[in-house]
Design a protein. Structure first.
Length: 503
């Protein structure tokens, strides 16, 4: 399958922000985020660090897209000097909003590439952002920098100096709406106290848990998932306090469902372990979290991410000890020799470990493929543990752009299909089921999706990779297909079945 590249991770933010619409359509409002690492999107897999801008979309109702252009280590100076502001400015249209939060890196006097003196360069740069955004017809919103965690003798000590005051000053002089993240976050951290405030920051990350930080980290600046959600909540609260019409798009806090908190979604990268050469590097791709091209699962990962769940990857044959770290485990499209020179086939030991984990309460999702593109004999060792067998056939063949050849539009009453009128699945293998497995979606007696309750756990199976980037939204599909809505429903349903994990 040929793949088309995306133009940047911010497009994933925009796509996922339209989840509740079930398709990517013309947004009613657009928000551009510019700032530093405390706001920026971070890699999903095995990484406890999260920027608050990454979590901001969960507080908005349908019709809003959010493009997060914040980048690690940037100051107002380097954001301009490196052309990042010019790139944002080029995209701005009348009615867009630009949320501007800098200060952490502007204060670094020993770094000439980033340092911006608060009352001169920093102030001038903020004014430039405000005025140039307005010149494009956009609405600037200034945010003071969020606080670092800093206590002395049990008393919170501010480390931002004059920078927050300068932001407030620019807001007054330029008559710009202000969200005072500095004051709001200080209040939260002071209330939590020296020990209680650790949970917001990477100070609370233990050793030996996350591949990105195997030794843990003593970090009082960057946020955990919990901390990022709480800071995003403060930003939403601050928006409500402004006079901006944009505030009308905020969701009722009671409607924000974070059923993924303290849950971990593991994605197999052992049975599916394809690689390709990009420049001088060999990289993994095809149904993995970090793949933002059409073949990847980056959008699906973002959906899990915004429930509060953590995403991880397992790059070895699973053992019961490995699987105990996951609430949900997903296996997609096991390799064939044509895809990988030495494919890792499912075996009895791996299947037994997975089955034991499911019986103990694990939630397993199997996304297979059609007879041309995947391995069946060995993978059915695992499927058979749950009364399922993937068949070497092919349904929903699609010719070119005749997308309706791949449609399903008659659904059972099930949470996955709530509010969904039509989905797209291309070249699907059918599933034979015996108890405890049951059909979930069938067409003319052919089972395309199945479930099984096994012990305390649950298995979901579908004969198609289905929810990879290319077919999860309307980038290629007509807007009438609602794969994105169904994907969000599936994510929520899987997590509702899943147990919390103690990290």
């Amino acid at each position: 399958m040929r793949t088309l590249s995306l133009s940047g991770r911010f497009l994933l933010s925009a796509i996922v922000a339209l989840l509740a619409l079930g398709a990517v359509s013309q947004p009613e409002a657009r928000i551009f985020l510019i700032g530093d690492s405390t706001m920026a999107d971070k890699p999903l897999a095995g990484n406890p660090e999260v920027g608050w801008g990454q979590m901001f979309p969960i507080f908005f109702s349908p019709g809003v897209t959010i493009e997060n252009h914040a980048r690690n280590g940037r100051s107002t100076k380097s954001f301009i000097d490196q052309g990042l502001w010019a790139a944002v400015l080029q995209r701005l249209q009348p009615g867009d909003h630009v949320f501007i939060q800098f200060g952490h890196n502007d204060s670094k006097k020993d770094d000439s590439l980033r340092y911006a003196e608060p009352h001169t360069t920093y102030k001038q740069n903020l004014i430039r952002f405000v005025r140039e955004a307005r010149a494009k017809g956009a609405v600037p919103v200034l945010l003071t920098p969020v606080n670092r965690r800093n206590f002395k003798d049990g008393v919170f000590v501010d480390k931002h100096g004059d920078y927050p005051a300068v932001v407030r000053e620019v807001a007054r002089e330029e008559k710009t709406e202000l969200i005072d993240m500095h004051a709001k976050s200080m209040k939260v951290f002071e209330a939590a106290g020296e020990e209680g405030s650790k949970k917001y920051f990477l100070m609370s990350v233990p050793k030996g848990v996350y591949r990105a930080l195997p030794d843990g980290k003593a970090d009082n600046t960057h946020f955990t998932k919990f901390g990022a959600i709480e800071m995003a909540k403060l930003a939403a609260e601050g928006l409500r306090e402004t006079s901006l019409a944009l505030a009308s798009f905020l969701r009722d806090p009671a409607e924000v469902k974070l059923n993924g908190l303290r849950k971990v979604v593991g994605l197999d990268n052992y049975f599916n372990a394809e690689t390709r050469v990009e420049g001088a590097k060999t990289v993994g791709f095809h149904y993995v979290w970090h793949d933002t091209t059409n073949s990847g699962f980056a959008v699906l990962g973002s959906l899990f991410d915004r429930t509060g769940a953590e995403c991880d990857t397992l790059q070895k044959a699973p053992t019961l000890d490995d699987l105990k770290n996951f609430s949900v485990y997903i296996i997609v499209d096991p390799d064939t020799p044509a895809e990988s020179p030495a494919p890792h086939y499912m075996d009895e030991a791996s299947a037994e470990a997975i089955a034991a984990w499911v019986k103990a309460g694990g939630v397993l999702a199997l996304f297979h493929n059609d007879k041309v593109n995947t391995e069946f004999k060995h993978f059915n060792i695992l499927a058979g543990k749950f009364g399922m067998r993937f068949n070497e056939d092919q349904h929903h063949p699609v010719e070119g752009k005749k997308f309706d050849m791949g449609k399903s539009d008659v659904f059972p009453a099930h949470p996955i299909f709530a509010g969904v009128s039509k989905i797209y699945m291309k070249e699907v293998s059918s599933i034979s089921v015996t108890p405890p497995a049951e059909p979930l979606l069938a067409e003319n007696g052919v089972v395309l999706m199945a479930t099984a309750r096994v012990g305390k756990g649950m298995v979901f199976a579908v004969g198609d990779p289905w929810l990879y980037n290319e077919y999860i939204d309307s980038r290629r599909l007509p807007a009438s297909f609602e794969n994105l809505k169904a994907a969000g429903n599936l994510v929520g349903w899987l997590l509702d079945q899943a147990a919390e994990i103690r990290r």
